[in-house]
Design a binder for this molecule. Structure first.
Ligand code: HMG
Ligand code: MG
Length: 312
């Protein structure tokens, strides 16, 4: 890295600190054609934690036929016992929750859709049926002393239905929070959001009584908008941002979903703005370069490419 860069120029309208919710091992690897061995996943997660990431979504307890890339969750989680980070997992139903609880996992996420088409494609349920499926999951996870994140997909557009009305997103958001989710992550599953749309949704959620402190944003970078959308969300008081190391990712059940916002691109911007993340960008980049070598293709992150280039 060139010493002194990025220069730090804070913006008083932005928060002092952002919590990065790293999703590379889950959202990233679930979309890789190759199944990554559990030992490599464990090493990836260890390296991510060593780079300072404090929340790393480790895997999913979903049906192994639906997402074979994450079918080794039972093998992986015990390998992570000494990792100094929170390691939430995705669970779609009570069967998934039972599997997670049996391994001592206490932090889980359920994942709903703002649209009927994606609810069907991703969960084989209508929106109503999927919320019914989540209700006992959220209640039991909380009884077990855990915290629950609710994801809401297709908040800004859907590959089958096109435009998704803001009030429809607000309605399902409220229902997820009413189930007892501690946090709600707004998913731009196919990366079609633009900053004005992000501002409109966050304003509408605020008017519906959802505090920005309970929200996270989850942008995919299909159209190159993820970072501008994130900056807009920060201006609206959001301080939790999902990102994936090296920009890995996509979603196997959403046509045209590509990688998440790359964690390195996010950290570069936040460092420039003087916003603390606790992440060491050099260590993180080295991790993504290592993972890219394992996957046999370069990272799509611009920051990873720029920094890796400077090393040579
Ligand atoms: P289904 O086929 O309707 O399942 O799938 P079912 O409830 O009818 O059960 C059928 C069989 O599956 C039963 O076995 C169950 O026990 C078993 P049988 O009795 O026939 O022998 N089963 C399970 N086995 C293991 N673990 C489980 C489980 N559940 C049932 N948890 C289901 C319904 C929800 C299971 C399925 O649709 C599924 O697994 N979907 C997951 C899809 C997924 O993981 N998608 C990616 C994550 S979402 C995402 O990436 C978006 C996000 O990043 C945000 C954004 O970008 O927008 C979060
Ligand atoms: Mg996603």
């Amino acid at each position: 890295m060139i010493s002194g860069l990025p220069m730090t120029v804070p913006d008083p309208a932005l928060p002092d600190r952002v919590r990065i919710h790293e999703v590379g091992p889950r959202d990233g690897l679930q979309n890789e054609k190759a199944v990554v061995p559990a030992e490599i996943k464990a090493e990836f997660i260890r390296r991510l934690a060593a780079s300072g990431l404090s929340v790393i979504e480790a895997t999913s307890f979903v049906h192994p036929k639906w997402v074979p890339q994450l079918a080794d969750a039972e093998q992986l989680m015990p390998m992570l016992a000494d990792v100094p980070a929170r390691l939430p997992v995705l669970v779609p139903n009570e069967r998934g929750l039972d599997r997670a609880l049996a391994l001592g996992v206490r932090e889980v996420a359920v994942f709903a859709s703002a649209t009927e088409s994606f609810a069907k494609a991703n969960l084989n349920r209508t929106v109503d049926e999927s919320l019914e499926m989540f209700a006992p999951v959220v209640a039991r996870a909380r009884e077990a002393g855990g915290s629950v994140r609710g994801y809401l997909s297709m908040c800004f557009g859907d590959p089958w239905e096109g435009a998704v009305p803001v009030d429809q997103v607000v309605r399902v958001s409220r229902r997820l929070l009413d189930l007892g989710c501690d946090e709600l992550s707004l998913g731009d599953t196919i990366g079609v959001a633009t900053p004005g749309h992000v501002a409109a949704l966050l304003t509408a959620l605020g008017e519906a009584g959802v505090p920005a402190g309970r929200l996270a944003v989850h942008f995919h970078d299909t159209y190159g908008q993820a970072l501008s959308n994130t900056l807009t969300a920060l201006r609206h008081g959001v301080t939790t941002v999902d990102a994936s190391a090296g920009g890995l990712g996509g979603c196997p059940y959403a046509k045209s979903a590509t990688g998440n916002l790359a964690t390195e691109d996010l950290v570069w911007m936040l460092e420039g703005l003087g916003i603390a993340t606790g992440v060491d960008l050099g260590l993180l980049t080295a991790t993504s370069v290592w993972m890219a070598a394992h996957l046999g293709r370069p990272s799509p992150s611009r920051t990873v490419r720029a920094l890796a280039h400077q090393e040579h």
